[in-house]
Ligand binder design. Sequence first.
Ligand code: SAM
Length: 228
Amino acid sequence: MNEYFISLLHDLDLELSERQWNQFHTYYDLLLEWNAQMNLTSITDQDEVFLKHFYDSLCLLKARPLSDQTLLDVGSGAGFPSVPLKIMFPALRVTIIDALQKRIRFLETLVDRLDIDVELIHGRAEEHPRKNHYDLVTARAVAALPVLSELCVPFVRPGGSFLAMKGPNYQDEIKLMKHGLDLMNAELKGVLEYEVGDYARSIIMVRKIAPSSGKYPRKFSKIKSKPL
Ligand code: SAM
């Protein structure tokens, strides 16, 4: 996989330094060590983790170039997609919010071992005060788009983007999300389809046009029972 991973990164115009190479290996080792005690990932084979977690996270680059933007990763779990992105783009200013305390504990140890600077917040996105607005808000495998967009879009600054990383079956969810985007002053910019090995993947790209009303996001029970 080492060679294959490097060649995939070349296709994204990325070159790994020795430090980044070591960081990915440290990440893999720690993921496996903690996974023995808590559920962080069902994928444990090294080649598969490098492909389906690390490379897939970096595929966000297909949607837009990255440098020193502010990025909020909602429901990052074991750090996807934001930690691989932070490894490759050290100037990126990453904040992670996750509802599960034990995942945040894993991430605290991870960022310490990787020697990277990431802000970690334990909490639910819809309950977190929206004091900061971000250039980019990402979410991978967190919820269906009509729910996810209400959790994420209010955190995007006008002109910024919400990028949802999904599988191949997004069409119905997109239809159901559009009205909510209007209400929150955002618009669908497009969908990018790509492949990771044999798996069809997609990135749903949403642009924020103007600030969202302070009434969004609503309480989770409302978001779930009556998506916008
Ligand atoms: N993004 C990671 C990935 O691609 O592997 C993790 C996906 S995991 C299936 C979903 C994560 O979202 C969990 O860690 C969960 O705690 C978190 N989550 C779900 N709803 C959330 C919410 N409303 N606010 C913050 N985190 C949430």
